[in-house]
Design a protein around this ligand. Sequence first.
Ligand SMILES: Nc1ncnc2c1ncn2[C@@H]1O[C@H](COP(=O)(O)OP(=O)(O)O)[C@@H](O)[C@H]1O
Ligand SMILES: [Mg+2]
Length: 454
Amino acid sequence: MDRPAAPAFRSTSLPNSLRTRPCTAPLNTAVGSRNSGFAVGQGPITPPLSPGHSDEGDPSIVIDSEPRYSGGGTPPSECPTRGTRAAVAEEAMDIDSEQSESSPKPPLRRLEDEENHLTSGTLKLTDFEVKGTLGTGTFGRVLLVQLRGTSAPSSQNCFALKVLRKSEIVRLRQVEHVNAERYILSRVRHPFIVDLYATFQDSLNIYMLLSYVPGGELFTHLRRARRFTPDVTRFYLATIILALKYLHSFNIIYRDLKPENLLLDSRGYLRLTDFGFAKIVDDRTWTLCGTPEYLSPEIIQSDGHGKAADWWACGILCYEMVVGYPPFFDETAYGIYEKILKGKILWPREMDRLTKDIIKAFLHPDRTKRLGNLGGGAQDVLDHPWFRGVDWDALERREIRAPIIPHVASLDDTRHFSHLPLPPASEIPGLINEEHPPALQQRFDPSAYQFMEF
Ligand SMILES: Nc1ncnc2c1ncn2[C@@H]1O[C@H](COP(=O)(O)OP(=O)(O)O)[C@@H](O)[C@H]1O
Ligand SMILES: [Mg+2]
């Protein structure tokens, strides 16, 4: 069957503040577009074979008619409870162990025992020259920078610099998240996770200096290929499973898995980036955050979520890679939530049984029965028959040839990223001129104290 390609749209991550929207209107039409430059209503949003269209007569599609959502098929008629909860600080909403149905499991490893590997003090913002803009996200932008005074670009002198506007972070109530992003990335180290080297702040922004991952987003490669074979999908998903297994061993949940946050390095291996919603959670947490198409039923229902939400997202990612678009989507976030809670999935007829099996196992609406969240945890995922034959150790040592080797001419090559203009100097003051010494600067900067670690 020749299915049409999904449009190159992308969803932005949901900031917390969306929870304060009145829920009588569909939630957040503004974030329905997955392409920052593609406004809702400007073109086709729903691919013809998505659940948004009636293809029930199409013989190549099998509809999973079993009710998959055990908690009742209707979306919450009133979501204001979630909306009102948004006003509460997220950290105050973590359940404590007495309230929990099951006692929270201690992490296998404690993040505070890991070494902080950030370079502090030796580098300053003015050491870097801005070479390009790699991406814009929900809260800021990511620049390609090179250390001044170095000639040939190399992985030692080219970096991605994530720039976030402090006033926006405060306005969107993301202070906690940004500080968690820094703390977590300063201590984790894994071959499939982006490296954070240093952080800075100036009078306007905070900055995170990351390894530059030159091969572009998996999103771009997937849209170009339309869909991946199960073998290609297995390669990418296996690396993500290893990254999640590592993060979960510290009780870190990632919460924003999607092809936009997966970057290909020069050898074609994925690096997980964007830890803006990552959090250490011993049991469950309540913040509605993530990207609509990838949210698990328990996040949508404000039922408290934990690691199982990441395993759900693996199911969505696996489906999106094999089919070419996510299993649940619609023009509005609210429409997406309705479909997720209904749980009706269209299965292309040519999808093989094992692929369907693993996706279904990840997309179990009851998180206590969801693959990854069962007795054996992440190991159950590695042992699933769909992964039979994968040499996990060789994969982690990056010894397996990747399916797409991105062509990059030099280490500052930005061909795999959209060509966006450079920001005006006034928006990145600390990169242009050295500002006052931090102590003095902070006296004039009312939000500096909220980002003390930067
Ligand atoms: N280390 C990196 N190397 C190359 N590009 C990057 C890197 N980090 C982010 N980007 C690009 O910038 C985009 C936005 O960054 P991200 O951290 O996801 O921010 P946001 O939280 O705003 O989504 C990414 O989707 C990617 O295209
Ligand atoms: Mg992102």
